[in-house]
Design a protein around this ligand. Structure first.
Ligand code: F6P
Length: 342
């Protein structure tokens, strides 16, 4: 039988276990493969640290947050070009791949993980990537699992800020994760009825933000919710939320409070949509291995499963386009993106 390895790398997110289960169960039940799970991302592959994943080990994990395999931000190719030097991590990976008799590896992760997956593929290993991240910024797919769960958590947090903001007539700033991408801030900001949404992809200025807040106060809306993506332009050494909060309080004299939502956005059980997406991706990745469709990342385009070459994905970010339809629609409903008076 074919022998395959699975690993989860990069920042964790809800749905990783559903994806591991999707790959593993399909590989075992449908394709009669043997499945190994590597611990702590690429570190497990470098150190030959793995567990055997029998069907029983894949039971009861669908709803669990995090990853049963653990993860790390290990980048085996950092500063390396290839696997020639025996002390190099890529060399160790290649040796373990051979020694363990692997026929393929499934790498579940975000952009960084796909970049490494592509380099492994270029060295002759059979690799299939599965895109995951709460940031939704993996190039080549319309959606990553983890995103829907994070949108739900962030939206719930924004909902809760409305009531306390209203009671105290305050401005509430909430900082949302997403790294360089504004997807999470945009979707949770819209779903949570944010009045102002600041995204890394759109230039903003404080004057526009303050004008919006003041006009709300003048029209008897005594509070405002400002959703700020962590990746917006702000000085190093302070959070994006705190930077914006200080400026608003200084210019408007309206009491302002900040919340940095942080890792709560990555924790806990995946939403049903993420469980299904991760399962679809996992099952499809197993099929790719059976069909020897290697050097690819599974992807969704227009809700259809497909594959894209890893060589095209590595390192590229999928960011929010400034003319993205949802932004235009939100503007027409009075939502500010802090760029009206640039
Ligand atoms: O990629 C997911 C993410 O949570 C980003 O939104 C955030 O910028 C980053 O990871 C945080 O990284 P770390 O887990 O290394 O602190």
């Amino acid at each position: 039988p074919k022998r395959i390895g699975i690993l989860t790398a990069g920042g964790d997110c809800p749905g990783l276990n559903a994806a591991i289960r999707g790959v593993g169960k399909t590989a075992i039940v449908e394709y009669k493969m043997e499945v190994l799970g590597f611990n702590a991302g690429y570190s497990g592959l470098i150190n030959g640290d793995y567990i055997e994943l029998k069907e029983s080990a894949l039971s009861g994990i669908l709803t669990l947050g995090g990853t049963i395999l653990g993860t790390s931000r290990e980048k085996p190719y950092k500063g390396k070009k290839n696997s020639k030097d025996v002390d190099d991590k890529p060399h160790k990976i290649k040796e373990n791949y051979k020694k363990l008799g692997l026929d393929a590896i499934v790498c579940i992760g975000g952009n960084g993980t796909m970049k490494t997956a592509n380099l492994l593929a270029q060295e002759g290993m059979n690799v299939v990537g599965i895109p995951k991240t709460i940031d939704n910024d993996v190039w080549g797919t319309d959606v990553t699992f983890g995103f829907d769960s994070a949108v739900q958590i962030a939206t719930d947090a924004i909902d809760r800020l409305h009531t306390t903001a209203n009671s105290h007539q305050r401005v509430m700033i909430i900082e949302i994760m997403g790294h360089h991408a504004g997807w999470l801030a945009l979707y949770s900001g819209l779903a949570g009825g944010g009045d102002i949404i600041l995204l890394p992809e759109l230039e903003y200025n404080i004057r526009s933000v303050c004008k919006k807040i003041e006009s709300r106060f003048e029209s008897k809306k005594p509070y405002s919710i400002v959703v700020v993506a962590e990746g917006i332009d702000h000085p190093k050494g302070e959070s994006a939320a705190s930077h914006v909060a200080k400026a608003i309080e200084m210019y408007t004299d309206i009491e302002t409070r900040e919340t940095v939502l942080g890792y709560i956005q990555r924790g806990g059980s995946p939403t049903p949509m993420d469980r299904i997406l991760a399962t679809r991706y996992g099952a499809f990745a197993a099929r790719c291995i059976a069909e020897e469709n290697f050097g690819t990342m599974v992807a969704v385009k227009a809700n259809e499963l497909t594959t894209v070459p890893l060589a095209e994905v590595g390192g590229k970010l999928r960011l929010v386009e400034p003319d993205f339809g949802l932004i235009e629609k939100a503007r027409k409903m009075g939502v500010s993106f802090g760029d009206e008076y640039l």
